[in-house]
Design a protein around this ligand. Structure first.
Ligand code: FAD
Length: 193
């Protein structure tokens, strides 16, 4: 007798890779797909995340917004040489910028959820762990857990920074970028050089 599973594909991790693979399997192969992701938080951590993953929440997107924000200072200074007069020194509100950054991250998180939903992918919230080749346990925020079976399990949990090894390792490479991103996404005020 053929084994029956809850899903054809169960993906752990709703970042760029997990979301793409899940949508592709659901829409192009007609597979019954579920995806597990940590609950959303504007600053993802070991226990929070959100659909969209690192790129949307603490990587590509916030990084670009911070870079854009940092460029205006030089532009304001340069503009004087081109005849601009803004009637005083421009001011910058870190709180305002951070609130808008979070708003954009939330908007994109919603876009990712809608894309999964319209592809027919079941979204499961919690921390997924592999029990065996066909079984995944999802620990929910309220302390309960649910076990699901799938013919295929895809682990797409991304990477985390490693703080082991030589001191310079902490300041270089992807791990350092992620650590720095986690810090800046939660920074309460602007540090001036
Ligand atoms: C600061 C920074 C800037 C970046 N800028 C760029 C850029 O400009 N352009 C670019 O192309 N790339 C950029 N990247 C890289 C890009 O973000 C990653 O390549 C991409 O996010 C990797 O996708 P992924 O799906 O493999 O992992 P992730 O996006 O990290 O997704 C993994 C997901 O799995 C979830 N997860 C982990 N464990 C579990 C679990 N047990 N249960 C449930 N869910 C779990 C996490 O919450 C996360 O959402 C940047 C990265 C950083 C850190």
């Amino acid at each position: 007798m053929a084994t029956t599973y809850d899903f054809d594909l169960l993906t752990i991790g709703g970042g760029s890779g997990g979301v793409r693979a899940s949508r592709f399997a659901a829409t192009n192969a007609g597979a019954k797909v579920a995806i597990v992701e940590m609950p959303f938080h504007a600053v993802s951590s070991a226990t929070t995340g959100g659909f969209g993953g690192t790129c949307v929440i603490r990587g590509c997107v916030p990084k670009k917004l911070f870079v854009y924000a940092s460029q205006f200072s030089a532009d304001f200074a340069d503009s004087k040489g081109f005849g601009w007069d803004m009637g005083g020194a421009p001011t910058m509100s870190w709180d305002f910028m951070m609130a808008n950054k979070t708003k954009e991250v939330q908007r994109l998180n919603g876009v990712y959820e809608r894309m999964l939903s319209s592809a027919g992918v079941t979204m499961l919230q919690g921390c997924g762990s592999l029990v065996d080749a066909h079984t995944v346990k999802v620990d929910h925020l309220d302390g309960t857990s649910t076990t699901y079976t799938a013919q295929h399990v895809l682990i797409a949990t991304g990477g985390t920074a490693s703080k082991r090894g030589a001191r310079h390792h902490e300041r270089r490479g992807t791990g350092a970028a992620q650590s720095a991103a986690e810090g800046v996404c939660d920074r309460r005020r602007l540090h001036r050089r």
